[in-house]
Design a protein around this ligand. Structure first.
Ligand code: 5GP
Length: 177
């Protein structure tokens, strides 16, 4: 098992490249089956999901569209918490079969805040594909339709996920020691 350093922290290998790619292929196969005859729009959430989105998209054998968006949160005027806005969502979602592509769902707060903005546009359907899910950390329950791996509540880096800006280029996923 390889140990690596990112900034001031040590991480050990948790999911190998082959394990990740095999699972991504399985998810792509399920999605291709479920959306046969349709043309879903994948909305990948930057930055973390870029590698997962790319590998997942490559493995689809149906027609599909892909766009990338960035979520920005800011403190609202009231103390009710963070409001999430999206940058880059230009497609009109009305009547489309939308699949959100996330790197990791932790507490669920990000998607919980963002989903209503998509629902508002009246897509024909709205599903979520997340490579990783920390189910133990759930605070905002969501229906996750395609999950790569349910992982323990420990910080991970690699395969698109960063620790303070670094580690995204790693082919494997590493867990904090
Ligand atoms: P949530 O809103 O579900 O609590 O958190 C989702 C976001 O938190 C993810 O998109 C990701 O940016 C960040 N996040 C949560 N857990 C981890 C982790 O273990 N590693 C990294 N790199 N980011 C994480």
């Amino acid at each position: 098992m390889a140990v690596i350093r990112v900034h001031d922290k040590s991480f050990e290998t948790y999911l190998s490249e082959a394990t990740i790619l095999q699972r991504v292929k399985e998810l792509a196969d399920s999605i291709s089956r479920d959306y046969e005859g349709k043309r879903p729009l994948f909305i990948a959430i930057l930055n973390g999901s870029f590698m997962f989105a790319s590998d997942l998209f490559k493995q689809l054998n149906i027609e599909a569209e892909l766009c990338f968006i960035k979520l920005a949160s800011y403190k609202g005027m009231k103390s009710s918490g963070n409001v999430v806005t999206s940058i880059g969502l230009e497609d009109d979602l009305f009547g489309k079969d939308v699949i959100i592509v996330e790197d990791i769902v932790d507490t669920g707060k990000t998607l919980h805040n963002f989903l209503p903005k998509l629902v508002h546009q009246q897509p024909a359907s709205l599903k979520i594909a997340s490579l990783l899910h920390k189910s133990e950390a759930t605070e905002f329950p969501l229906e996750l339709n395609y999950i790569g791996f349910d992982i323990p509540n420990k910080f991970v880096v690699g395969y698109g996920l960063d620790y303070d800006g670094l580690g995204r280029n790693l082919k494997e996923i590493y867990q904090l020691i």
